[in-house]
Design a protein around this ligand. Structure first.
Ligand code: NAD
Length: 604
């Protein structure tokens, strides 16, 4: 996928209510039609009631209106806005012409708070500020950093509703999904890292042979890399950045964070969570599109943690290679689910439906291919179709976040159908609509983009296979290798298949959720990149090893120091014999030879 563009032309007027995607293009127009009394009632209703907010409040106003007070860098919408509410028919709102950010919510086309882009000319200064702050922050005892970052948990939880609503409004995902995926796991994240980081950063002693290296002690320390550039996508705009920010800061780094230009408000909210928790400069935010990220790299950082598309990842990796700085690449996916004939049918059907349609499939680990063994196929497909038809648009399923992504999904589906794919549930919405219904397709011709490229939308293509081996071969034939799930009652069989799969994560009888486990590595192979998020393995990206050797032997010289003499040469070759270059008797002879030669080496 190419770099994301803002979803609306920044200078364009917002469409009228009749033109708004969620109002006009929904599969259930009645449910979503703008309805002022319903909107007012739903806006007044307590948030915990959830569903009405997602569906029947195309112009609802909730905590977004309160956001600017807490979140520096963003201000309440200007123009025809009453506390965040876009009034159809009022004078059009004009975003600043150079703004890279979307103006309207994909959910209901209501205007979003305005965000200031960071002037490119300020970026070198921002990176320099981070560098200077890092020196002090990195020198603090790790306990002090833990005490500071631990405060984040309470803030996150106390502002749970505000965070979920911001993501809901900015991305279009249901509030429940935002709370479950973007807020709650972050509490575990803070707990995990604040409890483990001290031990994980602790120096490790290197065992040294006391005869060859007398009086020497080696220790490996994990030092912060310095200033880390964090460049993130829009699909999980709170959870993904926090997974790197928390361990990076605890390890003593400063972070310059550039959120996606599609979700700058969620990015600003993250930065606000750290206000007064960490010293100024330790977490800097840069708002803008690709050129802002390029300017951060240009200003000179020590490592880059990138999550996004393959196309942009390649560009960033090249930029890092030119600067000889390490980078972490978490890229796209084309996850497969392999369903064996002995699976638990109901659980499998439910798991696949969630795995394919959560966040409208805008998930790097979305199920984008299902390979099902023939004997169970008819029953499984029937149940999947039933469950898919039960999904309530806007309540259970998100809208697409960007027009650009909706167009890609529409193209993939259209091409597949033209090639013989059969739509069993859902289908493409009106052109231009963001309300893409969850769609199940039976595929017979696999030679299509829908089966090869990342679709990143709510489409579940199903292919019938003759065996698990065929499913594994098809799964591994993809250039992507993020996660794969295997559905079977026979766990041992599942484990065997897991060993044959080339993806970075394999789940048996589940899918995709492990990104929320802070102790479990999240990583891919092939075009899914080589980054590792979560778990102690991520520290290889966020820290660098420093080896310190202490020599307290007090000897005047080492055996291998100058001068090079015949005795030294004898020692070298005799040691080679002693260490395996000769047979049993040869090694005994070498041992005695060494005993005689060593004193000659050190005689003056
Ligand atoms: P994207 O590549 O368009 O953008 C990602 C980030 O890169 C954004 O912040 C963007 O501003 C920035 N960017 C754009 N041009 C740049 C440049 N020239 N130099 C540096 N940075 C630049 O991706 P997206 O559309 O925001 O996100 C969707 C993609 O992310 C999908 O492919 C999805 O699979 C992937 N993703 C992967 C994971 C994972 O863990 N593997 C997680 C989430 C999303």
């Amino acid at each position: 996928m190419d770099a994301a563009q803002p979803q609306q032309n920044p200078g364009a007027d917002p469409p009228s209510a009749a033109e708004t995607p969620s109002a006009g293009g929904s599969p259930a127009p009645d449910a979503l039609a703008p309805d002022a009394p319903a909107a007012a009632a739903a806006a007044a209703a307590p948030l915990a009631e959830g569903p009405p907010l997602a569906v029947a409040t195309p112009h609802s106003d909730f905590a977004i209106a309160a956001l600017p007070e807490q979140t520096p860098g963003i201000t309440a919408p200007a123009g025809p806005i009453a506390a965040g509410l876009y009034m159809p028919g009022a004078a059009p709102y004009h975003a600043p012409p150079d703004s890279p950010f979307p103006v309207m919510s994909p959910l209901d086309s209501s205007l979003l708070p305005t965000v200031e882009a960071t002037p490119l000319s300020l970026i070198p200064e921002i990176v320099a500020r981070a560098r200077s702050a890092q020196r002090t922050w990195g020198d603090l005892p790790v306990r002090d950093r833990i005490d500071a970052v631990a405060k984040l948990k309470k803030r996150l939880l106390a502002r749970a509703q505000e965070i979920a609503e911001t993501v809901h409004k900015e991305c279009g995902k249901p509030v429940e999904e935002a709370a479950l995926a973007e807020v709650l796991p972050n509490a575990d994240l803070v707990d995990y890292w604040t409890l483990t980081i001290e031990e994980l950063l602790d120096g490790v002693t290197v065992e040294l042979d006391a005869i060859s290296y007398p009086g020497k002690l080696g220790r490996i320390h994990k030092d912060p890399r310095g200033v880390i550039a964090l460049i993130t996508p829009w699909n999980y705009p709170v959870a993904i950045p926090l997974r790197s920010i928390v361990p990076a800061l605890l390890a003593g780094n400063a972070v310059v964070f550039k959120p996606s230009e599609v979700t700058p408000r969620s990015g600003a909210l993250i930065a606000s969570l750290f206000k007064d928790i960490v010293p100024e400069g330790v977490l800097e935010i840069v708002q803008g599109a690709g050129e802002a990220a390029e300017a951060i790299l240009e200003a000179g950082v020590d490592a880059v943690v990138f999550t996004g598309s393959v196309a942009t990842g390649r560009r960033v990796a090249v930029a890092c290679a030119e600067r000889l700085i390490p980078c972490s690449m978490e890229l796209g996916g084309k996850d497969a689910a392999i369903v064996l004939a002995d699976c638990k049918l109901e659980r499998t059907a439910r798991g696949l439906v969630w795995g394919a349609f959560t966040n409208a499939g805008q998930n790097c680990a979305s199920i984008e291919r299902v390979y099902v063994e023939r004997p169970i196929a008819d029953k499984l497909i029937a149940r999947i179709v039933e469950l898919t038809r039960e999904l309530r648009p806007g309540i259970d399923t998100a809208v697409m976040t960007t027009q650009k992504q909706a167009a890609i999904v529409q193209r993939h589906l259209g091409e597949a159908v033209a090639g013989g794919a059969e739509i069993l549930a859902g289908g493409a919405p009106e052109h231009g609509s963001l309300a893409f219904p969850p769609t199940v397709v039976k595929i017979t011709n696999e030679d299509c983009a829908l089966m090869r490229e990342e679709t990143f939308g709510p489409i579940m293509p199903i292919v019938l296979v003759d065996s698990a081996d065929e499913a594994v071969a098809k799964t591994n034939a993809s250039r992507f290798g993020l996660t794969t799930s295997v559905w079977t009652k026979k766990i041992r069989k599942g484990r065997d298949l897991a060993r044959k799969l080339k993806s970075g994560v394999v789940t048996i009888n589940n899918h995709g959720f492990t990104a929320a486990l802070p102790a479990a590595p999240w990583t891919g192979t092939g075009d899914s990149g080589y980054g590792i998020t979560n778990s102690p393995h991520t520290l290889a990206e966020l820290t660098r090893p420093r080896f310190v050797l202490e020599d307290t032997s007090g000897a005047k010289s080492e055996m291998w120091w100058y001068p090079y003499t015949p005795a030294l040469r004898t020692i070298a070759f005799t040691m080679a014999r002693l260490r395996g270059g000769a047979g049993f008797f040869g090694r005994i002879a070498a041992f005695f030879r060494l005993l005689i030669t060593f004193p000659r080496r050190f005689k003056r």
